[in-house]
Unconditional design. Structure first.
Length: 151
């Protein structure tokens, strides 16, 4: 009787393994396209609903072309004892120039200059120039004002 159970158990086990192997084989064959069938005839699954990307695409503004901008006076990092200083330089002719938000226009050769008041200590100076086409450049420098009366 034990032999019968052993034989029946072995037959059942063989059937289970054979069925599982057959199902695995069928599943793996359905994932591989038929190499004799043209690709344009292989059905492509389509999603049931549209896929919405959570990523928002932001296009940065187009970079502006830089124009020449040279500061000829003062020298960056200079220490001065006068409460005013003349900022001078060159850029493109007739450019709009701003020196610490003081607006002026370069002459026909591109030269500009303006006097600005300094406060005791470090004074950041931002010089910006732009042309009629929106091209621009900026130069930042720092001048230190040492008041001789305070020393």
């Amino acid at each position: 009787m034990n032999k019968i159970f052993l034989i029946v158990g072995a037959v059942v086990l063989v059937l289970i393994l054979a069925t599982g192997g057959y199902l695995f084989y069928q599943a793996s064959q359905s994932q591989i396209p038929n190499p004799t069938k043209p690709l344009n005839q292989i059905p492509v699954p389509t999603p049931a609903r549209p896929v919405v990307s959570p990523i928002v695409s932001v296009t940065p503004p187009a970079p502006r072309n830089q124009i020449p901008l040279t500061i000829t006076s003062p020298i960056d990092g200079a220490s001065v004892t006068a409460p005013t200083i003349t900022v001078a330089g060159t850029t493109v002719p007739n450019a709009d120039v701003s020196v610490n938000e003081k607006d002026l226009t370069a002459d026909a050769t591109g030269r500009f200059s303006t006097a600005i008041a300094l406060e005791e200590g470090d004074n950041p100076i931002l010089v910006a120039a732009s042309d009629d086409n929106g091209n621009a450049s900026e130069v930042e420098l720092t001048i230190t004002y040492n008041n001789p009366a305070v020393q």
